[in-house]
Design a binder for this molecule. Structure first.
Ligand code: HEM
Length: 215
């Protein structure tokens, strides 16, 4: 990919990632801009965006593997992941400030009694080490193998995020279903693609052996 195209793509990704927070900031400074329940609006928007970005991040590798023309996508995985953490942190802080009113007792009670809050906290905590080790320095320090192993936490985090969403909606509401299906497909896509690639490599190797075997 040439440099100008990459710059355009990078700008588009930054704008797309900043869009939800931009809307919230704009709404906050506009009369009735956040609707009748600003607290819920902020919490829903940031929670939804976190899960959306985590799901997109999860999809980058399987989609990229579909064609060598999509290799450029990998350049955006870290950015999307860091934005997911950013929105997750705004979401968590909005809960601390707007729902719990900075009361440690309220937060502890919520974590103990409301399982969707417990799951939200667990999800956010799983994202912390991923964000902290997202730098090139951390990759070098940990070594590729250990870094890859640690970053497998993202699979658990996204599953916890989906569960948090299910536990948060009222019974009968199926809004988290599209995320559930997307995450399930993306999680299954990886081992299936790896198995197919291995089979292809094996077939190619045995094909070479047949060609090389004399008369
Ligand atoms: C400390 C961590 C977290 C806390 C305390 C928390 C708390 C909350 C609360 C209070 C709500 C709104 C519930 C309501 O008003 O009915 C909510 C909604 C939501 N949260 Fe979290 N959450 C946390 C982390 C996360 C993370 C990391 C994700 C993403 C993976 C996430 C995704 C969502 C989603 C998708 C919704 C629903 C949004 C919608 O309905 O559009 N949350 N969360």
């Amino acid at each position: 990919m040439n440099r100008p195209t990459l710059i355009i793509l990078k700008t588009a990704v930054w704008i797309a990632c900043l869009w939800p927070i931009g809307l919230l900031v704009y709404g906050a400074f506009t009369p009735n801009g956040l609707g009748p329940d600003p607290t819920a609006r902020i919490e829903f928007s940031t929670g939804y965006t976190t899960l959306m970005l985590l799901t997109i991040g999860l999809g980058i590798t399987p989609v990229r593997r579909l064609s060598p023309h999509l290799n450029w996508m990998i350049k955006f995985r870290r950015l999307v992941g860091l934005f997911a953490f950013f929105y997750g942190t705004v979401h968590m802080l909005a809960y601390v400030a707007l729902y719990a009113g900075f009361s440690v007792q309220t937060m502890l009670d919520d974590i103990a009694k409301r399982k969707f809050i417990t799951m939200g906290v667990a999800t956010w905590l799983l994202l912390v080490p991923l964000a902290l080790t997202s730098t090139n320095w951390a990759i070098r320090k940990l070594g590729g193998k250990r870094w890859n192993l640690l970053h497998k936490l993202v699979y658990i985090a996204v599953i916890c995020g989906v569960i948090h969403y299910w536990w948060q909606v009222k019974p009968g509401v199926i809004l988290p279903l599209p995320f559930t299906i997307a995450v399930a497909i993306l999680l299954l896509a990886r081992p299936i693609q790896t198995a197919l690639l291995k089979r292809k490599a094996k077939a190619a190797a045995s094909g070479r052996q047949v060609v090389q075997r004399p008369g």
